[in-house]
Write a protein that binds this ligand. Sequence first.
Ligand SMILES: NC(=O)c1ccc[n+]([C@@H]2O[C@H](COP(=O)([O-])OP(=O)(O)OC[C@H]3O[C@@H](n4cnc5c(N)ncnc54)[C@H](OP(=O)(O)O)[C@@H]3O)[C@@H](O)[C@H]2O)c1
Length: 392
Amino acid sequence: MSRLNKADRPYDVVLFGATGFVGGLTAEYLAAHAPDGLRWAIAGRSEERLRRLRERLPGAPEVGVLHADVSEPASLRALAERARVVATTVGPYVRYGDELVAACAESGTDYLDLTGEPEFVDLTYVRHDARARETGARLVHACGFDSVPHDLGVHFTVRQLPEGVPLTVDGFVSVDAAFSGGTFASALGQLARGRQLRAAARERRRHEPRLVGRRAVAPTGAPRFAGEVGAWALPLPTIDAQIVRRSAKALDRYGPDFRYRHYAAVRHLPVAVGGAAAVGALAVAAQVPRARHWLSDRLKPGDGPSAEKRARSRFSVRFVGEGGGRKVFTEVTGGDPGYDETAKMFAEAALSLALDELPQVAGQVTTAVAMGDALTGRLRAAGIGFRVAATR
Ligand SMILES: NC(=O)c1ccc[n+]([C@@H]2O[C@H](COP(=O)([O-])OP(=O)(O)OC[C@H]3O[C@@H](n4cnc5c(N)ncnc54)[C@H](OP(=O)(O)O)[C@@H]3O)[C@@H](O)[C@H]2O)c1
């Protein structure tokens, strides 16, 4: 791994897609919380919209404005070469994201995004992991609610359990929140791309070295009443379990034989059944182009829940970890998962990559592998709860 010399780049952090819904929240968070002296810029395709955004940021004159458009690959290369860390909200990533990952891998620039799209993550692994390892770039996907609380929550849970023994962790997610146009577009796009998703996963398996001498799995659990959390547990087929499994593969601390299962926790059975039916109906509708377009017109890109709605939103992820004769109950909690807390996680992850002493890793890595305790510490300081509820 050769770390390119990045000290002479003009920016520590560049936020691409700053004019979008989460981009705007992330820019506001950085403006309010970045340490003095951080050299950072907002980037996007409309300089006029970027300048308008900058006017409402505290410390505005110091924030750079950079033009970049995903349809102009040269502008993405220029962006990657001017920054030590690039954080992008420009999604759906499977449609817009690949060229920027390529540019960051090539120029040794640390990259992070908010994707929850497994197909995209598998494709970038196949295409760019090897080059990023050579240049020293850290490519960290899923730095929002997908998958930070889950990945770091399991990392935190594992550290409460004995070392060197088989471990199991179950995660139970509860959210009370609405979502934005950008997220809805990404979710619909994913539901329509089952075939491509499976092909990308197969391609990744062909390239990725197998784990030798240890085991790390994330099977889909069966729906059940989970007495340990007092709720119905429905298997949650999001990217989170895959991310957790990759952290477990990379980190010996997860033990010789690790299993993670990821669930939505729903208190009342009719809500569980209704929720599963709604997702099923959406998945069917997403296969039909006219229905998909009609649905995507319901929520436009750039739209999102109001500040009042977000202020009432909450999430919690409860974990039950077991191994070596010990059982631990832990919890990660916060406010609005999709936006305010996502912007916080994303901005803190960008700051962590730019400023913290971190393990020397490169290529496609998870938040737990790249930032682990440093990011957990930052998020705790920023108001996200990581706590041990009980041990036995
Ligand atoms: N992981 C999570 O928990 C989580 C949570 C929230 C969101 N997300 C994901 O984050 C992404 C952004 O969500 P959002 O709600 O903020 O979406 P959004 O409001 O639609 O913002 C998208 C951004 O992409 C920019 N963009 C679109 N086409 C572009 C192009 N050709 N060149 C440069 N920029 C371009 C837009 O610029 P303009 O302003 O110029 O249109 C805008 O800044 C989505 O993929 C969503 O799924 C993930």
